[in-house]
Design a protein. Structure first.
Length: 95
């Protein structure tokens, strides 16, 4: 099958370890979740780095501790993909 938009690299050429960097918890799951799961299935080390906590998505704190909620949602999504190594970075985003 000839693809209209072939991948940049064949997935077999992608070597571990894998580092996925996302702005907020769970941002990496939709665009790269299948590739992260594929790497885990291959036994590759996969690390995800979240640069912010996602708290700006609830500036009025309607949902309580949104930082904890977003972190747990992000970790659970990655757990379902087989990824356990997640790092959060406490950066301040200007308003």
């Amino acid at each position: 099958m000839k693809h209209l938009f072939p991948p940049l690299l064949p997935k077999d050429d992608l070597r571990p370890p894998v580092l996925a960097i996302a702005a907020h918890p769970d941002d990496e799951v939709i665009p790269a979740g299948a590739m992260l799961a594929w790497h885990r299935d291959q036994g590759h080390e996969v690390t995800v780095l979240h640069l912010t906590d996602g708290a700006q998505g609830d500036p009025d704190a309607k949902f309580g501790d949104i930082k904890a909620v977003r972190r747990e949602e992000g970790r659970e999504a990655l757990r379902r993909l087989g990824v356990e190594d997640v790092e959060e970075h406490e950066s301040k985003v200007p308003k």
